[in-house]
Design a protein around this ligand. Structure first.
Ligand code: C5P
Length: 227
């Protein structure tokens, strides 16, 4: 069967990764979570003292970029791929609110973006890929046959993210999560390099009032129309 590339972009916590993973499983495609890559670089920067509430030493981070090796590994063919940073499984550690607080500043650094975009393009070189992020349809895979741009109200997104974090056992408040979602929206849409924006040929889906199943079927149909 003819295979395509699917790019799913949008605001933080719009459920991009959930639908992207469902779609990839259904179509037998590879799913690539590019946010996990920015989060892993952020974790590295935090662990090495390059970023904290007091400072952000971009120069040191840029110098160390060649030492950062990112890889997605699966424990079984059906399992979700997990993020490995320099050989260590960091899948859990990259999902904390603390990492979410530093990730958008890290993602403004052009040298970081260049390194990750190169790796993303290599991973997506063959068709049969669903990739989610902020710049997939505009920068990483502008040739993608299907581009989706997801949105929902900030309050709805914060609520979903808050429940996810609480379920993991993290101690956070709804207001902290809402503030983080809004801060990331602001930084992601206003940065100079590859800001979050809808590609001209992307289809926008606002899922504030939509359930996961309906959303999945709408996007699946759009994919089938292009296969
Ligand atoms: O998708 P997720 O929320 O995990 O992404 C975390 C952050 O990584 C985003 O808020 C954004 O700053 C950055 N990001 C990006 N470009 C991508 C994917 C994520 O700048 N393609």
């Amino acid at each position: 069967m003819h295979k395509i590339t699917i790019a799913i972009d949008g605001y933080s916590s719009t459920g991009k990764s959930t639908v992207a993973k469902q779609l990839a499983d259904w179509l037998g495609y590879v799913y690539i979570d590019t946010g996990a890559m920015y989060r892993a670089v952020t974790l590295y920067a935090m662990e090495n003292g390059f970023i904290s509430k007091e400072k952000f030493n971009k120069v040191q981070l840029i110098e160390k970029l060649p030492d950062i090796h990112l890889e997605f590994r699966k424990s079984s063919p059906a399992a979700k791929a997990e993020m490995f940073l320099n050989g260590q499984n960091v899948e859990d550690n990259i999902r904390t609110l603390e990492v979410s607080e530093f990730v958008s500043p890290i993602a403004t650094v052009s040298e970081v973006r260049k390194k990750l975009v190169e790796q993303q393009r290599r991973m997506g070189a063959e068709k049969g890929v669903v990739m989610d992020g902020r710049d997939i349809g505009t920068v990483v895979m502008p040739e993608a046959e299907l581009k989706i741009f997801m949105n929902a109200s900030a309050e709805q997104r914060a609520k979903r993210r808050y429940l996810e974090l609480v379920e993991r056992g993290d101690t956070v408040t709804y207001n902290e999560v809402l503030a983080n979602v809004q801060a990331r929206d602001r930084i992601d849409t206003t940065r100079e390099d590859s800001p979050l924006k809808k590609a001209t040929d992307a289809i926008e889906i606002d899922n504030s009032e939509m359930n996961l199943e309906d959303q999945f079927h709408i996007i699946l149909q759009l994919a089938k129309d292009r296969i």
